[in-house]
Design a protein around this ligand. Structure first.
Ligand SMILES: Cc1cc2nc3c(=O)[nH]c(=O)nc-3n(C[C@H](O)[C@H](O)[C@H](O)COP(=O)(O)OP(=O)(O)OC[C@H]3O[C@@H](n4cnc5c(N)ncnc54)[C@H](O)[C@@H]3O)c2cc1C
Length: 413
């Protein structure tokens, strides 16, 4: 148990950890460092702001008073450049040295850049911060044409933003369908049709080669590797995250495309914990190391890390089935658990807007995607949590209403 805690990152993981640390350890010194210029805000709502559907105010979660009331010292615009894990000191860009007994790293990721000509032109946006959302909204309000690159969950937000601002857009995807790692073309077709209704045209098998700019350095078009030209006064790129671990390069902490932690959120150094998107964590339900990129999971990891940091010995396990929903269309969409971690997949389409895919690994459900009808989600998540063997029950898993008694009579609600 430490009496002096430093938390790097004031996203949902870092902020929920600081709150839990204060609850668990009323007398401790707690300091939160963030390189953003504003305290915690709702990152999953910034898309609604960018669409023009929400004003700024409801996006904020904490004002600076929130930290003062809890005697938590918050430092905004403070970039951490290094951690000395031997002497237990954090170094900031201004040369400040901040000692700690226990450290939490909750620094998330930064959007990857497309390594092509003119990718830094004006009018080309990546989407992670509230500041990004402000720029995207302003640009999309003015643009008539757009291009979206990156066929994952964040790309859909960019498509919806184009739709909301009546930007006629092309959505360029390298594969044969949207989110090809978790979807089949049959299920993805539902999403493609919904995009078309927003005047966002999916283009498959397409690699971006360069951007054309005008004399003012503004993007005007996107060119693919077959020479096709797409007018684009607005370009949104969402091709994945680079995890923010540069400041740990000299620290003796195990990294593997993120920070490796056990089920207690503890890194390879006993005085350093990590939480949120940045972690490659041991998932006790999956029986393997994996990553989550979702708000609820990051919040829970922050709380679990903090409980363990404040305890004499870590005992609280992270046991969580994550979910991520998309609400831009007339039908609901939910990804749950680890939809890409199966050793086999079963799926069925029920109508033009209803589809289900379930990932199974070692005979157990580990995740899936539901479109249209989300009613089976509670049962499917319970099957994951209970680690139920479902071999031989594929038909029940795909039946319109999933009755868990027929799969696992012994499961208790
Ligand atoms: C547009 C958008 C839409 C999303 N929609 C959903 C959704 O619908 N559902 C869902 O579940 N999830 C969604 N997500 C993902 C979700 O927001 C993230 O999983 C979650 O916010 C991760 O929280 P975190 O605290 O781990 O990291 P972050 O929120 O990324 O916070 C990390 C913080 O650390 C700071 N930092 C990084 N490096 C340093 C450093 N060296 N020094 C100081 N500070 C540093 C960063 O600036 C940042 O403020 C969305 C994300 C985005 C961007």
């Amino acid at each position: 148990m430490g009496s002096s805690y430093v938390v790097i990152g004031d996203g949902i993981a870092g902020s929920s950890a600081a709150e839990t640390l204060r609850e668990q350890d009323p007398d401790a010194d707690i300091r939160v460092l963030t390189d953003e210029g504003e305290p915690l805000y709702n990152r999953i709502l910034i898309k609604e702001f960018a669409k023009g559907k929400l004003p700024e105010a409801p996006i904020a979660i904490h004002e600076e008073d929130w930290y003062e009331e809890r005697d938590i010292e918050l430092s905004l615009n403070t970039h951490v450049t290094a951690v000395d894990v031997e002497d237990r000191v954090v170094l900031t860009h201004e040369g400040e040295e901040i000692p700690y007994d226990d450290l939490l790293v909750a620094t998330g990721g930064t959007p990857g850049q497309l390594p092509v000509e003119n990718s830094d032109a004006d009018g080309i946006y990546h989407f992670w911060t509230f500041q990004d959302a402000r720029g995207i909204r302003q640009r999309a309000e003015q643009a008539d044409t757009g291009v979206i690159i990156g066929a994952g969950l964040l790309g859909i937000d960019l498509a919806a933003i184009c739709g909301a601002h009546e930007v006629s857009a092309h959505y360029l995807m390298r594969g044969e369908c949207w989110w090809r790692y978790a979807m089949s073309p049959d299920g993805a077709e539902i999403i493609h049709n919904a995009m078309r209704e927003l005047d966002v045209t999916p283009v498959f098998g397409c690699n971006t080669e360069r951007f054309e700019v005008d004399d003012n350095g503004q993007v005007v078009a996107t060119i693919d590797d077959e020479g096709n030209r797409y007018d684009s006064e607005f370009v949104g790129i969402a091709i994945g995250l680079n995890f923010n671990t540069e400041f740990l390069q000299k620290a003796d902490i195990e990294l593997d495309d993120g920070i490796v932690v056990d089920e207690y959120m503890r890194t390879s150094n006993p005085h350093v914990y990590a939480a949120g998107d940045i972690t490659r964590f041991y998932d006790v339900l999956l029986g393997d190391y994996t990553q989550n990129g979702a708000w609820g999971s990051a919040k829970s990891q922050g709380q679990v890390a903090a409980e363990n940091m404040a305890a004499a010995e870590p005992t609280t396990e992270f046991r969580w089935v994550t979910s991520y929903s998309i609400t831009h269309f007339d039908f609901p969409f939910l990804s749950f658990g680890h939809p890409t971690e199966g050793d086999r997949y079963i799926e069925r389409r029920y109508s033009d807007t209803e589809w289900r895919r379930i990932a199974i690994r070692d005979g157990r459900v580990v995740g899936g995607v539901l479109i249209g009808d989300l009613a089976p989600q509670n049962t499917l998540k319970r099957l994951i949590r209970q680690e139920t063997i479902v071999d031989g029950h594929e038909e029940e898993l795909l039946s319109e209403s999933v009755h868990e008694e027929s799969i696992a009579p012994a499961i208790e609600g």
